[in-house]
Ligand binder design. Structure first.
Ligand SMILES: *[C@@H]1O[C@H](CO)[C@@H](O)[C@H](O)[C@H]1NC(C)=O
Ligand SMILES: *[C@@H]1O[C@H](CO)[C@@H](O)[C@H](O)[C@H]1NC(C)=O
Ligand SMILES: *[C@@H]1O[C@H](CO)[C@@H](O)[C@H](O)[C@H]1NC(C)=O
Ligand SMILES: *[C@@H]1O[C@H](CO)[C@@H](O)[C@H](O)[C@H]1NC(C)=O
Ligand SMILES: *[C@@H]1O[C@H](CO)[C@@H](O)[C@H](O)[C@H]1NC(C)=O
Ligand SMILES: *[C@@H]1O[C@H](CO)[C@@H](O)[C@H](O)[C@H]1NC(C)=O
Ligand SMILES: *[C@@H]1O[C@H](CO)[C@@H](O)[C@H](O)[C@H]1NC(C)=O
Length: 453
């Protein structure tokens, strides 16, 4: 059996490193919907409020179809990643996509005003940038160089809230292949992957492109189409569905440690072994991948699309999550606070206590002290932040998340794990440092210079 990995599943398991076994965050998955007090099922299979109800909120397993806030529709453009002006930490973003095109977790760092480094320092789970706008078919390109080293994975993927996925992944022990892959609703299929040849992905900047249409999907590198998938090749006779990516998806750029002892052996092997946290490939104390540009050319909704009720947002009309359950509308996409949900978007306990309309759900929400930012130990879990520093990899409960990493399907059942720990201590939630250097300074020199600061 050929190993095959869903970036979402593996990232989920890695990021879902349990903060504390004692932490009873409600979990969600097939036949297990979130409770009304924390109605939103995150991409990591845990229930919460606030950011849990934004990007990644899974309508299939959330309390009801209004729990997840509707998703901002596709926005065409050339998104140059040369500053953090367009990036908001996930601890600050509340769904207003006019304020930022990207949401981050971890520590993105500006390099030379011309690119953004996704960094991964020891004992962190790296950095993830997620687009605030979704794409429901389009051409999406990213220009970047990868990181290098055993266990270190660079990824450029598209992922929907029901876990459809389109991937370019790069394992740090193979600089001459881009691993292409796709998934339908997170279902593992070991035949979906294909390796595409490319010259040294760390030394050479390449542009990687998905051309995602309702009936066909291509993966291209530097403008050359390397792989084509037609929808009609993906029919699954068991489910009698096309297992083709077909739901609105976010763009995700990431650098993350697949090679952690707490991850499944299959994941570790796939990524080339355990991460060496004292590697020649680290500079300035971290691994890094250099992203300079993302271009998006949105396509119109598919012909025959009849759920068009507006152009601002995507939402689902049922929990099936297939293309025919996607609708567009002029729905609100914002929350008033990190305690609000799609069911109660205006709830803000900090606003005057006169918010009488919200009182009933307010008390329910508050008594449960629900999690507010997936992957961050939020809400009542603050006290566990110490687990972020080094111990997360060896905590007993994180082993359970590791075991689920070997199959994409299992990502829906990372039930026992708590919120993942992101970043080394405070870096996860603080504004990433803006680092600048003279333009003539080579990258290496730049990092050495920074070491001296
Ligand atoms: C979006 O708006 C439509 C009405 O246009 C409504 O039926 C639907 O429930 C809303 N969905 C969400 C998630 O806001
Ligand atoms: C791609 O190459 C990697 C080695 O870098 C290998 O582990 C994997 O099985 C290959 N995938 C496919 C689909 O051939
Ligand atoms: C499959 O889809 C492709 C692209 O839409 C089309 O060119 C091809 O004719 C289809 N093949 C079959 C067997 O329907
Ligand atoms: C078809 O779907 C089922 C259920 O999701 C899955 O277990 C199976 O592996 C799929 N078959 C193929 C050939 O992809
Ligand atoms: C959904 O996909 C099917 C093919 O499985 C296609 O016939 C139909 O037109 C699509 N509908 C929408 C709204 O995209
Ligand atoms: C209420 O305000 C405090 C202090 O400004 C802040 O820490 C907290 O996150 C706010 N609560 C919500 C739900 O936004
Ligand atoms: C980066 O831009 C800032 C503000 O635009 C400027 O002050 C700084 O000198 C620039 N740094 C480099 C290395 O160009």
């Amino acid at each position: 059996m050929k190993p095959s990995f869903s970036a979402s599943a593996a990232i989920a398991a890695t990021f879902a490193l349990s903060v504390s076994a004692a932490n009873s965050i409600p979990t969600c998955g097939p036949n297990q919907l979130c409770p009304s007090s924390s109605p939103c099922c995150s991409q990591y299979g845990q229930c919460g409020v606030g950011a849990y109800c934004l990007g990644g909120c899974d309508p299939r397993y959330s309390y009801d179809l209004q729990s997840c806030v509707a998703a901002p529709t596709c926005k065409s453009g050339d998104f140059e990643l040369n500053s953090l002006d367009d990036v908001k930490p996930n601890t600050q973003y509340l769904g207003d996509s006019s304020t930022a095109n990207w949401v981050s977790s971890g520590t993105p760092v500006v390099y030379n005003n011309e690119s953004v480094l996704l960094t991964m320092a020891p004992n962190t789970v790296g950095t993830l940038l997620m687009s605030t706008h979704y794409v429901w078919y389009g051409e999406v390109s990213a220009t970047f160089t990868t990181s290098q080293g055993a266990g270190v994975v660079t990824a450029f993927i598209m992922m929907s809230d029901v876990h459809d996925e389109i991937d370019f992944e790069f394992v740090g022990v193979d600089m001459t292949h881009a691993q292409s892959n796709y998934y339908f609703q997170g279902i593992t299929d070991y035949n979906n992957g294909a390796n595409l040849s490319v010259s040294d992905t760390r030394q050479n900047t390449h542009t990687y492109t998905f051309n995602w249409q309702p009936d066909s999907l291509t993966w291209a590198i530097d403008g050359n189409v390397m792989r084509t998938l037609n929808r009609n090749q993906t029919y699954n006779s068991t489910t009698q569905q096309y297992h083709y990516p077909q739901s609105p998806s976010r763009i995700m750029l990431s650098l993350w440690p697949a090679g952690l002892a707490s991850n499944g052996q299959g994941t570790v092997d796939w990524s080339g072994g355990l991460v060496n946290w004292d590697s020649q490939y680290m500079q300035n104390g971290y691994y890094y991948a250099v992203f300079s540009d993302v271009k998006v050319n949105c396509y119109n909704p598919p012909s025959g699309f009849s759920n068009n009720h507006g152009s601002a947002a995507y939402y689902y009309t049922s929990g099936y999550g297939t293309n025919d359950t996607v609708a567009t509308g002029n729905n609100n996409t914002k929350l008033a606070s990190f305690q609000a949900t799609g069911d109660n978007p205006n709830y803000d306990p900090n606003a005057s206590a006169s918010a009488s309309a919200s009182k009933t759900s307010a008390s329910a929400t508050m008594s449960a002290t629900p999690e507010t930012v997936p992957g961050i130990s939020g809400g009542g879990a603050q006290g566990n932040a110490g687990a972020e520093d080094g111990s997360s990899g060896s905590s007993g409960s994180s082993g359970s998340s590791g075991s689920s990493v070997s199959s994409a399907g299992a990502s829906q059942s990372t039930g026992s794990s708590g919120g993942f720990s992101q970043g080394g201590g405070s870096t996860g939630t603080s504004q990433a440092p803006k680092v600048v250097a003279g333009s003539a300074v080579a990258l290496l020199g730049f990092f050495v210079a920074c070491l001296l600061l």
